[in-house]
Write a protein of this length. Structure first.
Ligand SMILES: *[C@@H]1O[C@H](CO)[C@@H](O)[C@H](O)[C@H]1NC(C)=O
Ligand SMILES: *[C@@H]1O[C@H](CO)[C@@H](O)[C@H](O)[C@H]1NC(C)=O
Length: 333
């Protein structure tokens, strides 16, 4: 019997043993030769991947294939039935186009929760305390700076507003509690008492009006693009601090820069940007904001967990014709 074929899009960095044990033993693994989107589409058309039934893809493989949009989905190998994405957010993939072509998509939930929520907490503290200015001053040989930085604020007693109460939001809530913050949240549907851990459910508007710190923890899709823009900044509690580890485009970056300039937003902590790797010059020029370059899951432990999770999806697809963690849009399929 011939083994089924799987396509590896991107690099495997940590879980080599798991890959050998779970995938290499049950499938032929092939990798594209293409180094660009045009070459990849050509390679698909050439029939080189015609035997492929499932693919494993990394976030970084976008550098070769480009977005998995309608055009790319149309070009994907004709027998491909499963696309296993190694990441929590899957905004690089047009799920509706995949559904139309009969392709099942999986992502990697929960494995990312701790490291992303840790980054979130780091950004909350950094933005509240204004640590960037002083860290830079020290490196430039001025210790606290020739004029010391403005005093920061404590997290204790502050209200944390979480927009999007999925795994990361709930993990953050627990961490924030250890710092003396109380959490309120908005999610499209209210959570069960047990899941919400006692956090108060408020309307979207109420969340903006009454939170001292607003954390964005929702996925990016057509409905959430620019969910935070000028109109929203205008009704926020003056002096609010905003942190984002989700996706840059859930917030209008230009409007954020303006709100920071006006002082409506006191500071922000960002891990993600609208046009990565480009960062808005208004953010770069602002010494007070805390900026990190998409480091949310950038740890050995989490990257390993994510690879293992994605491998489990791929193995299940090959062996059982079923994904372990299908994306939300395909939960009922
Ligand atoms: C941090 O502060 C320094 C010194 O004020 C500034 O030059 C730098 O741009 C700031 N960094 C960020 C990422 O805002
Ligand atoms: C948050 O709302 C979304 C959309 O209605 C829902 O799918 C999700 O399950 C909710 N989150 C939780 C943890 O209940």
């Amino acid at each position: 019997m011939t083994k089924p074929t799987v396509l590896l899009l991107g690099e495997l960095d940590h879980a080599h043993k798991q890959w050998q044990d779970s995938i290499a033993s049950i499938a032929n693994v092939i990798e594209p030769k293409a180094r660009s989107r045009a070459e990849f589409i050509e390679e698909c058309k050439s029939g080189a991947f015609d035997s492929v039934i499932a693919a494993y893809r990394t976030f970084m493989s976008v550098a070769i294939t480009g977005l998995i949009d309608e055009e790319l989905v149309a070009a994907l190998p004709k027998n491909l039935k499963f696309l296993c994405h190694n990441g929590a957010g899957y905004d690089q993939i047009d799920v509706q186009a995949c559904i139309a072509k009969g392709i099942r998509v999986s992502n990697v939930p929960t494995a990312v929760d701790d490291s992303t929520a840790d980054t979130n907490m780091f950004l909350i503290l950094g933005a509240l305390r204004g640590f960037n200015t002083s860290m830079m001053a020290l490196r430039e040989g001025h210790f606290k700076g020739s004029t010391p930085p403005p005093l920061g604020h404590d997290p204790q007693g502050k209200v944390l507003g979480i927009l999007g109460m999925g795994g990361i939001g709930r993990n953050l809530m627990k961490k924030a509690a250890a710092f003396g913050m109380t959490t309120q949240y908005y999610n499209r549907s209210k959570l069960s008492e047990e899941l919400s851990g006692g956090a108060k459910y408020v309307s979207f508007e109420e969340l903006l009006k009454t939170s001292d710190v607003l954390s964005l923890n929702l996925p990016l899709n057509k409905q959430t693009r620019h969910i935070i823009s000028t109109k929203e900044f205008e009704i926020m509690k003056p002096g609010i601090v905003i942190v984002n580890t989700a996706r840059g485009a859930v917030m209008d970056e230009d409007a954020l820069v303006k709100a920071l300039e006006k002082g409506q937003v006191w500071s922000c902590g960002l891990d993600v940007y609208e046009e990565e790797p480009k960062v808005h010059p208004g953010l770069i020029a602002n010494p007070h904001v805390m900026l990190v370059p998409h480091m949310g899951t950038w740890t050995v432990e989490t990257q390993t967990k994510m690879e293992v999770w994605c491998i489990n999806n791929l193995r299940s697809a090959v062996e059982k014709g079923k994904l372990v963690s299908p994306v939300f849009e395909q939960k009922d399929m």
